[in-house]
Design a protein around this ligand. Structure first.
Ligand SMILES: *Cc1c(COP(=O)(O)O)cnc(C)c1O
Length: 397
């Protein structure tokens, strides 16, 4: 990550095709667009790469999560299980529908622990939403078994994991639905964008409509479209889709580069006593966007992070002390702070998040150090970085 490092001629060509028609809207204007439909082209390519029947490109990964849950009829008062280590978007997408996010412990896969997930299920639970964090892989088989037994939906947040696999299936395609982000820092980028994939035609049909004010997208005259239900505007523009088409065509190339740089770094730090690696469940293949290490304890991980940042090495993260991805630092969530009043169901049924504790997550997060794998590194840069990181890690042990 991220795909913007490798922008080139292909991206430019696809964007110019859109500019030549002047039609930046993904729907309608059939006669004026000279057969250029970039959002549709992206969706077709995504269904092929993900080996699924349906894909919908939307305006962001957060939008994809929101639309996915909405398309399955999840709404006010329903509970959705999410991991304690994620991006706040997981919570926002659920809360936007008036539904209730229930955070659950992670383990050494850096996402949902299946036993903790099972314990968190109540009569209100409707879905389980594992997040393949930092390019890793959730324990999908265990989670799917739980979901099947308890009649719950499995929605994969694969926003950080495009290009990874589980049991031969692309990440995102194993559950009932999968979501991707193509924001500016993701492995494949549109600038801003996201997508959901599914093999369920009903969800796909609902998602299409919901992401465009409930419009049915039948026929060529938009004014005559019917709108069977209320939705929202989560549309992508053709310009963003054009960038995405070029980037998605290069997915395998990107993953290959990430894997090479990841492997170089991993080999270098493997020799350090006390360093271990985050667990990829059997049958899984990560997308190599981060190298995730466990140090012996929280203190050594903190020392390593401090030393790396003092040396000006960006892209190394100790998530436990970073404000972005771990629930411990989310005062806005703990106090349910937003603008205006929350929906009644949220006020009535949301648990007091400030009372939750996550001893297992604290244990793993405290020890975790993640190094973002850049695609733009030259051989020399990767080599130099590997040597510097190795020296810092040895010094803090
Ligand atoms: C980036 C990200 C999102 C949100 O995607 P946006 O496109 O930025 O809205 C959701 N979940 C995870 C795990 C992410 O990394």
């Amino acid at each position: 990550m991220p795909g913007f490092e490798l922008f080139g001629e292909l991206e430019r060509t696809h964007v110019n095709e859109v500019m030549d028609t002047g039609i930046l809207m993904r729907y309608g204007f059939d006669g004026m667009r000279n057969g250029v439909w970039k959002a549709k082209e992206f969706e077709k390519l995504l269904t092929e790469k993900m080996q699924v029947q349906h894909a919908l490109l939307v305006s962001s990964g957060t939008a994809a999560l929101t639309v996915a849950l909405a398309s399955a009829g999840i709404g006010a008062g329903d509970e959705v299980i999410v991991p304690s280590f994620t991006f706040i978007a997981s919570f926002e997408a659920i809360l936007a529908l008036g539904a209730i996010p229930i955070p659950v412990e992670i383990d050494d896969t850096l996402t949902l622990n299946p036993a903790a997930t099972e314990r968190a299920i109540t009569s209100k639970t409707k879905a389980v939403m594992p997040v393949h964090m930092c390019g890793g892989v959730a324990q999908l088989e265990e989670l799917k078994t739980i979901c099947r037994q308890r009649h719950l939906l499995l929605v994969e947040d694969a926003c950080q994991a495009i290009g990874g696999f589980y049991q031969g299936k692309p990440l995102g395609s194993y559950g009932d639905m999968g979501c991707f982000s193509f924001d500016f820092v993701k492995t494949v980028t549109c600038g801003e964008g996201g997508a959901l994939i599914t093999n369920n035609s009903n969800f796909a049909e609902n998602a299409h409509k919901y992401s465009d004010h409930g419009h049915d997208h039948i026929g060529t005259d938009r004014g005559l479209e019917t709108h069977p239900f209320l939705g929202y505007n989560f549309r992508i523009s053709e310009l963003q889709a054009a960038v995405g088409v070029a980037q998605l065509m290069r997915l395998e190339e990107f993953i290959g580069i990430q894997k090479k740089n990841y492997t170089r770094l991993r080999e270098a730090v493997s020799s350090i006593p006390g360093v271990s690696f985050h667990r990829i469940p059997a049958g899984g293949e990560e997308n190599y966007s981060f190298l995730n290490l466990f140090l012996p304890d929280k203190a050594s991980a903190e020392r390593a992070q401090q030393s790396l940042s003092e040396q000006g090495m960006g892209g190394c993260f100790h998530w436990f002390t970073n404000n972005w991805h771990y629930i411990g630092r989310w005062e806005h969530l703990k106090n349910l702070k937003t603008l205006g009043r929350l929906p009644q169901e949220v006020r009535a049924y949301a648990p007091d998040y400030s009372l939750f504790t996550f001893p297992q997550s604290d244990y793993w997060m405290g020890r975790t150090l993640s190094i973002a794998i850049r695609m733009g590194w030259s051989e020399e840069e990767a080599e130099r970085l590997a040597m510097r990181i190795t020296a810092v890690l040895r010094a803090v042990m």
